[in-house]
Design a protein around this ligand. Structure first.
Ligand SMILES: *Cc1c(COP(=O)(O)O)cnc(C)c1O
Length: 408
């Protein structure tokens, strides 16, 4: 057996704990917003590794920084710091509201750190009563026991009970319901500025403004989970900038590494001090290899021209999707910001989002779902116009097949 022994998709089902059901083909190579599978079939990639591959596949500048860093230093552990991690922290602090950062490896881990920080800050500063967390229905914050409990989809949590306590949920975008839960016992409110997994649902500006005011009144920390919306996805470096509502803590992951695992918790110094030496940590966090790549990702994305390009691409998508909608009225709503776009299916096609993305893959287009009724796109932020048009042409063929199948 060697690294070059042929492998087949069927082996996935044999060797893996069966928690995923990947597509029937295996991608082997990518370039920009295109991928090729084992059989040489080409795909346009509107999935972007679930909002991760913000600079597409095999971006030359990322390949260069990765291979250069690979020849210098991969890993040290937390007994030592390193140059790439300090550069990355400096960039994040200079570009955002935050004063200090903590690096880890996944969105769940960043949210776990944010919630732990908020609990400890609340207890240290206000006393043992200040432990309650307010979160929202349909939210997604990751798969650790704490984050799955904060998430608003009981189906992901209930089988793992007993769950961490002290977490209450209000319906998303319902400020009055949130106000009824937030009080002086609340240590944190955690919210996605746009719910990603929950169906690509943007927050109403007044909802986020109202949460900010409630947190101020009750001395609770406002946590924005920007794991999916961060690092240019919405056409702002972080979505909070477009909303004009500043959180106290912010979590970032997915696009931050452009495909290399890394995540960050961004914090104001006043709150950051709660997590002092020994109170939290992680082995790989701030690893030089990950930080060198993320530093380059941030350098490329945190540029006005690139961010403006994301908003321009949103319009390309809207135009093409509206054309599809005119031919086959399949969508109830097209929503989202920048290159996080959700197409909610009309009631007649309820539950068919996965069926549509399966057909799209057959036509040579990779797309995501966000729940059973929403097709989601989160492509590379630098996808070009010809790729968007070709991808939408393939989507249109898939839609035609779905509509035809429904008519039979
Ligand atoms: C993907 C996601 C997470 C979880 O990130 P992982 O890296 O999978 O742990 C958390 N929050 C949001 C909003 C996400 O989209």
């Amino acid at each position: 057996m060697s690294c070059s022994t042929p492998v087949q998709r069927e082996e996935f089902d044999r060797y893996f704990i069966p928690m995923f059901n990947p597509a029937p083909f295996i991608p082997v190579r990518g370039e920009g917003a295109r991928l090729w599978d084992q059989a040489g079939k080409e795909y346009i990639d509107f999935a972007g590794g679930i909002a991760v591959n913000a600079l597409g596949h095999a971006h030359p500048a990322l390949c260069q920084v990765l291979t250069e860093q690979a020849q210098q230093l991969w890993h040290l552990g937390n007994g030592y710091t390193n140059e790439p991690v300090i550069r990355l922290a400096r960039h994040l602090v200079n570009a955002t509201f935050a004063d200090q950062v903590f690096f880890c490896n996944s969105g769940a881990e960043a949210n776990e750190a944010a919630l732990k920080l908020a609990r400890k800050y609340g207890r240290d500063t206000h006393g043992d009563h200040k432990t309650q967390i307010v979160a929202f229905g349909n939210a997604f914050h990751g798969r650790t026991l704490f984050t799955v409990s904060a998430g608003g989809q009981p189906k992901y949590a209930q089988d793992f009970a007993p769950l961490p306590g002290g977490i209450q949920h209000a319906p998303y975008n319902d400020l009055a319901a949130a106000a009824a839960l937030i009080n002086d016992h609340t240590c944190a409110v955690i919210v996605e500025p746009i719910q990603g997994e929950g169906g690509v649902v943007p927050a109403d500006p007044a909802f986020l403004q109202g949460l900010r005011a409630l947190c101020d009144r009750h001395q609770a920390l406002l946590i924005f989970d920007e794991v999916q919306t961060g690092v240019g996805r919405t056409g702002e470096l972080y979505a909070y900038m477009g909303y004009g509502v500043t959180p106290d803590l912010l979590t970032s992951a997915k696009a931050l590494g452009g495909g290399f695992p890394i995540a960050a918790l961004l914090a104001k110094a006043e709150y950051a001090k709660a997590l002092n030496v020994g109170s939290h940590g992680t082995t790989y966090g701030g690893n030089p290899l990950a930080c060198a790549v993320a530093g380059k990702v941030l350098e490329i994305i945190d540029e006005p021209a690139l961010l403006a390009g994301v908003k321009e691409r949103h319009q390309w998508f809207l135009k093409g999707l509206e054309e599809i909608q005119q031919r086959f009225p399949i969508f109830e709503q097209i929503r989202g910001r920048g290159l996080l776009i959700g197409c909610a299916l009309a009631p007649r096609f309820a539950g068919q989002a996965k069926a549509l993305t399966n057909l799209a893959a057959e036509e040579g287009l990779l797309a995501l779902i966000a729940g059973p009724n929403v097709v989601r796109f989160a492509p590379a932020l630098i996808i070009d116009q010809a790729e968007v048009e070709e991808g939408l042409a393939r989507l249109s063929r898939a839609v035609a097949r779905l509509v035809r199948d429904a008519a039979q």
